[in-house]
Design a binder for this molecule. Structure first.
Ligand code: NAI
Length: 335
């Protein structure tokens, strides 16, 4: 199968080549998929895309015209693909439904520890041989209440890590996990109650119409003063303007994010010589108590291996004329 790999990053290409083992003809390009770059897929059977690629209705129509039959996502999240359009045009779409959830949960923990214990600020001082400790006070995680929003694969690991730190755990999910409740002391509650009682809130829900801007000013106004919010899920799950208001007023004590609502045009590229004209990002970056990483929670050897192997597995199934168990177009009803 001839596959065009959009948004191919230097760090993932070796993993994809190893998993592929010369089976498929992979062509790697830097460009992200959009309605403008869809034409690059002429002559290919399939494309592979990542979270910053945009497979909207118009793009999918173009892909169909150019002969694309399959789209293999190298991500869990698929909010960037119009699945109904793909289904209608008979383009099969599959994702990587699970890859090391430890990578993401451990990154969320890293953000939490770094922002709470002011590790970045401390290290900057040490680089300048300034060993003054003023304004570096954090708090113990032990016995603090952590609210986990979304207790699926990643949220599950996050609960277990936080349980290991001796935290009290509150969970919110549309499907409750009995094992977490029975063995890790997770108390499921409403979203409102979780937000009111938590010292730390970590987000692990997918982005969909129900979770879009889930964390807004109503919930923030009832949070504990100084709450720490960690988001490694998707940027638009937060209403970022409301978060900035919360940071400004001191209601939110700190924010650690690996995802940002306008990241599509910005993340995964070096913009150091053309600083993005993005007012929200600039304001977020201006707070000392905001720690941002550029969507790299998945960046572990284990996760990259899982992603590459499942991506190639999806193409293997399709090239044999078989379905893959990861097909997203099977999940939605025919239109
Ligand atoms: P998952 O599907 O295992 O878990 C998601 C959980 O959210 C499920 O338990 C589900 O019941 C719950 N949920 C869905 N809609 C909800 C709603 N409206 N209200 C409450 N709960 C709801 O997914 P997984 O693997 O844990 O991933 C979660 C998200 O993390 C992904 O959708 C993706 O957006 C993000 N992610 C971010 C990465 C990064 O590098 N920063 C890498 C991988 C995933």
């Amino acid at each position: 199968m001839k596959v065009l790999v959009y948004s191919a990053k230097e760090f993932e290409i070796p993993y994809l080549k190893t998993a592929n083992n010369n089976k498929h003809q992979l062509t790697f390009i830097n460009d992200a998929l959009s309605s403008k770059t869809a034409m690059l897929s002429v002559g290919f059977d399939a494309i592979s895309i990542f979270s910053a690629d945009e497979a909207c209705f118009i793009t999918i129509e173009k892909l169909k015209d150019f002969g694309i039959k399959y789209i293999g996502l190298r991500s869990v999240g698929h909010d960037n693909v119009n699945l109904r359009a793909a289904l209608r045009l008979n383009i099969k779409v599959a994702n990587v439904p699970a890859y090391s959830p430890y990578a993401i949960a451990e990154h969320a923990t890293a953000l939490l520890l770094a922002i709470n214990r002011k590790i970045i600020a401390s290290n900057w001082r040490v680089k300048q041989y300034n060993f003054n400790l003023n304004n570096l006070v954090g708090f113990d995680l032990n016995k603090k209440t952590v609210g986990i929003i979304g207790t699926g694969k990643i949220g599950n690991v996050m609960c277990k890590i936080m349980n290991g730190f001796g935290c009290n755990l509150l969970g919110y999910d549309i499907e409750e996990d009995e094992d977490l409740r029975n063995h890790y002391n997770v108390n499921y509650t409403s979203l409102e109650d979780l937000c009111e009682k938590s010292d730390i809130i970590s987000l692990h829900v997918p982005l969909n119409t129900d979770t879009h801007q889930l964390i807004n000013e109503d919930l923030i106004s009832n949070m504990k003063d100084g709450v720490i919010i960690i988001n490694t899920a998707r940027g638009s799950i937060l209403n970022t303007e409301h978060i900035i208001d919360g940071l400004r007023s001191g209601k939110i004590g700190a924010l650690g994010i690996d995802v940002y609502e306008n990241e599509k045009e910005i993340f995964f590229k070096d913009h150091s010589l053309d600083i993005p004209d993005d007012d929200i990002l600039m304001r977020l970056n201006s707070f000392p108590n905001v720690l941002i990483t550029g969507h790299h929670a998945f960046l572990t050897e284990e996760a990259l291996t899982n992603i590459a192997e499942t991506t190639i597995h999806n193409f293997n199934c399709w090239s044999k004329g078989e379905e893959t168990e990861n097909e997203l177009t099977n999940l939605i009803e025919s239109v």
